[in-house]
Design a protein around this ligand. Sequence first.
Ligand code: NDP
Length: 476
Amino acid sequence: MKTFENTVNGRLVGSARTFASKNPATGETLGLVPHSTSEQVAEAVAAARAAQPGWAARPDAERKALLMKVAEAIKANNEYLAEWVTREQGKPLGGVGPDQVPGARFEIWGCEVWTQVPASLELPVEVAFEDDTRRDEVHRKPFGVVAAIAPWNWPLLIAIWQIIPSLRAGNTVVLKPSEYTSIGTLEMVRIIAEVLPPGVLNTVSGGGDVGAALVENTDIDKIMFTGSTATGARIAATAARNLVPTTMELGGNDAAIVLPDADPKAIAMGLFWGAFLNMGQTCAAAKRLYVPDNLHDAVVAELKVLAEAMPMGNGMEPGVAIGPIQNRMQFDKVVSLVEDAKAHGATIVCGGKETGGAGNFYPITLVTGIADGSRLVDEEQFGPVLPIIRYSDVDSAIASANRLDVGLGASVWSSDIEKARTVASRIQAGTVWINQHGTIHPMVPFGGVKSSGWGVEFGIDGLKSVTQPQVISVKK
Ligand code: NDP
């Protein structure tokens, strides 16, 4: 059984204690992962601290060129990394169906693109004010050492979202992957750290205790976190004690609202993958679907046809569209929400039963006859289950979308873009998509409102979020 290693100061390091990473499709142990000690966490932060001034002092063009080499290294190892994503995280290896819905190969391609884009963006000096007496320039400076804490749903891609803009801006990074998906991430960092100076990018691994030791380290200057609201709140409390700025991406409970003029056939595929991409384990997936009385039965029928046609299985096998749920904790949560819905009289249109066996397989499940206030609607299921809620007037659907204390994404589906835009502007969410859901882009800022977090990633705003402004004010 292979034991994988962390990258610290350009060297590969193991730990006396290890834990197993398991394949969610088979239950088999894939390899062993080091459980970093608190001394090793401190060493990783010290390495990042020591490397940071030299990294920030390099000409911008040199950092950009090195990050382009990082993108090449990812590309050169794309199949190796994609296979790790499938084996460890569960999503199908290839694109699914005629639309080539994103799988693990997409995740690695995304890593390449989300590296190239921040490496290509300019961060020019902005002149905030100028007259005959003075000139005030806003320069962008790195924070210093960034602690990045990544989740298990898009383990490599989300790590890249945290790492690359930070490095581009002259920060150095210590990353902790989720304990459920450590191997692929440690391997990706091993590969890309080979083209970077030692200490610029480091990893530690282990459970929440290792993440806590990392964010508590007083040499951390900025925290990038993606994960649950509960863990985000704990990290924010630590950050408040140390007065460290944070970017928090905390998931949500995205509402998708179908307007009465939508065409069920035309929107069904987009709605389906908006909800079930990565088996629903996507922060900005559609997690509650609001459908008007006139279209309810037609939309449910279209989604049912798609749900029943999607082959579920081990994502390494060609043609599989739906993989397992990534871990048992999440599987149990999904089961408990569906059982609660059943117990309260909801209708299971399809799915709704555990498949059994060694893998964490749970079928695509559509639930109707359910209303706001039930657990499946109000709690983030983060799995292959979609509650479909009937509504009679659009105002009430908008009120439903806004009634929860989260607001990452949302979507409006209509044949009339202007009508959809009017509804979209009334929804409290960081992004409202029209006739699509979850379609993020590396140039477009992405982040949540309310308990879905704060700060944005991607594009120029995302790059600025890993910098702090410094004003140079010159008397003329
Ligand atoms: P967590 O928020 O606990 O995990 C996210 C990351 O934080 C992991 O790397 C985790 O490590 C780490 N972590 C855990 N505790 C601490 C801590 N005290 N200090 C620092 N880091 C810590 O999510 P879960 O895996 O428990 O999933 C729970 C729920 O979160 C899901 O059901 C889902 O609703 C939501 N979620 C949202 C995601 C999103 O994209 N926004 C992604 C994943 C989950 P480790 O895994 O090793 O414990």
